[in-house]
Design a binder for this molecule. Structure first.
Ligand SMILES: O=P(O)(O)OC[C@H]1O[C@H](O)[C@H](O)[C@@H](O)[C@@H]1O
Length: 551
């Protein structure tokens, strides 16, 4: 392993096109050779032309129906007139809520946050968070139900809860239908449901997988309804496409080679996605799903680690490729205040989406996996289904320390349990913090990531809200290298919420999701510490204090 960090103010080698620049990527050891091989095989041009053979015969049938993202911006333009009309017809519904998991909500969240339009994103089963959304400006709410498969349990539960809430508010069925917009793939069960509900229906590009769907109806419908000028994003992607077919001046190729070569040749199989603070908000969370689900399989993969800022713990490390991402810096510049990254990706959001998608497909070819499947995602879902049918596991805490119950015979205090977990992280491993909590009310729980990274002997630490991360890093945890340690945090539910028409509540569903994933991880023999907060605010404060104490 060599130190590819750059100590100067500028990163070596800038590759730029259509406003997007990738700097520094060429300095990754082995990158030049990997790139030469790709160029010799004609890969840049073939990928831009959607050749499904690039990942080998096993991946070919899937790749055939999953490369639409390359030029989906063309087909997405067909949505624009309908979206403009819908926005006009529904102008009185000023509070736009999006219910969707993983690829059906991560891109719209980045788009809305970055372009400054309000969008409430519901990607949780936490009863408090769902209840708060339902209670917020219901009469003015337009709820977008987004699901590619049409069968995702969280999203179906949100649909049911909103329908019931509108009903309880005194609306008749025709009036309720007007508050719903459905986004799904042609032929999905949700398409039929939309018709039955009398909801507006917008169909997505079926040749694009969920995590590559930023510039399809999944990214565009909720954000356009929230007031974003989405045509601009499509223009930015369109401007980039010609460069993606080239062997040089191709930012997507530069980034993909850097990601793949760092993992394959340089032992840097974790990538820190560092928000450079220049205006694109949440892109790391979106790229996290793209990289984790696309590469984390067959015991290999690239672990994305979303890092809050360049000076946050975990932005660098001996097995970490440090990549700054943002919108406003000039090519070759890096943000001040923190580490010098290996690479920086600057440029407009529409082009960022396409660059990262292309780069992920290139990295997938270099590390030898199919970047379009997610073979292990169903495992936790199946466990959850089974638990919902047979009941939650009958287990009690081994000890209660203050506001926190500790499960498993691991330690007598939270500090001790955390210390043991952190000290036990594998040499090449990582710690994943998985919080099944309300990401607004319990937002402070996310501070654990940096605190544990500081205490974690230079090991990468990721943070995910459950069940949202199950649709993102969850695939990597189960399909990637088996070197993870896991901290699962659950919390008391003071006021549960039924899922209308189902025999379970949101609280039970959330607990079953946590238990299902715990089982999937424990079955692999990985260390899983389960802490349950019997008072959420006090428990989070206690956890943060304990994590601070570790150093
Ligand atoms: O859009 P949906 O079909 O509801 O899927 C939402 C998410 O579900 C699964 O977890 C997939 O692994 C994700 O890639 C997907 O984004």
């Amino acid at each position: 392993m060599t130190d590819a960090s750059n100590q100067g103010g500028l990163l070596d080698g800038v590759e730029a096109a259509a406003g997007i620049s990738v700097s520094g990527a060429a300095s990754v050891p082995g990158a030049a050779d990997d790139r030469a091989q790709l160029v010799q095989a004609g890969v840049p041009g073939l990928l831009a032309a959607k050749d499904p053979t690039l990942w080998g015969p096993d991946a070919e049938s899937e790749a055939k129906i999953r490369l639409g993202w390359v030029d989906t911006f063309r087909r997405s333009r067909d949505l624009l007139p309908e979206l403009a009309q819908l926005r006009e017809e529904l102008a009185d519904l000023t509070h736009v809520v999006l219910a969707g998991m993983g690829g059906s909500s991560l891109a719209p969240e980045v788009i809305a946050q970055t372009l400054g339009r309000p969008l409430t994103v519901l990607d949780t089963t936490d009863p408090g968070q769902v209840r708060a959304a339902l209670g917020d400006r219901l009469a003015q709410t337009l709820i977008v139900i987004s699901s590619k498969s049409g069968g995702t349990v969280e999203t179906d539960s949100h649909r049911r809860a909103y329908w019931q809430a509108f009903k309880d508010s005194g609306l008749d069925e025709a009036e309720i239908g007007r508050h719903f917009v459905i986004v799904t793939d042609p032929g999905s069960p949700l398409e039929t449901v939309a018709t039955e509900m009398g909801a507006a229906l917008l169909l997505a590009d079926p040749d694009v997988g969920g995590r590559y769907s930023a510039l399809t109806a999944f990214g565009l419908v909720p954000t356009a309804l929230a007031g974003v000028d989405v045509a601009e994003l499509l223009d930015q992607a369109e401007a980039l496409l010609p460069a993606l077919g080239q062997d040089s001046d191709n930012p997507g190729l530069a980034l993909g080679v850097a990601l793949g070569a760092a993992a394959k040749n340089d032992g840097r199989d974790k990538v820190a996605l560092i928000d450079d603070g220049t205006g694109i908000q949440g892109l790391g969370d979106w790229a996290e799903q793209l990289l984790a689900e696309s590469t984390g399989k067959l015991g290999t993969g690239i672990l994305p680690v979303v890092v809050e800022s360049p000076d946050a713990p975990g932005a660098s490390g001996e097995d970490v490729l440090s990549v700054c991402l943002g919108g406003a810096l000039a090519p070759g510049t890096v943000p001040g205040g923190g580490i010098q990254p290996h690479a920086a990706v600057n440029g407009p959001l529409g082009a960022q989406f396409l660059t990262w998608e292309y780069a992920t497909a290139i990295a997938g070819r270099i590390i030898g996996i199919n970047p379009f499947d997610q073979p292990n995602v169903t495992e936790s879902k199946d466990n959850t289904k089974h638990i919902l049918e047979s009941g939650l596991p009958d287990e009690g805490p081994s000890v209660t320390d203050g506001a926190i119950q500790i499960f498993g015979d691991v330690a007598t205090t939270v500090t001790e349990a955390l210390r043991d977990l952190v000290n036990g992280i594998d040499t090449a491993g990582y710690l994943a913090v998985m919080a099944y909590l309300d990401r607004h009310v319990d937002a402070d729980a996310a501070k654990l990531r940096a605190l544990l990274a500081r205490a974690g002997q230079e090991r990468p630490v990721t943070f995910g809200w459950g069940p949202r991360f199950l649709h993102s890093t969850g695939q990597y945890h189960k399909g990637g290298p088996q070197v993870g340690s896991y901290l699962q945090i659950t919390g008391v539910v003071n006021e549960d919420l039924p899922v209308p028409g189902q025999p379970y509540t949101f609280g039970t569903l959330q607990a079953a999701q946590a238990a299902g994933d715990r089982k999937a991880l424990a079955d692999r023999g990985r260390p899983v510490l389960h802490l349950h907060l019997i008072d959420r605010a006090a428990g989070i404060a206690q956890l943060l204090a304990a994590a601070k104490d570790l150093k």
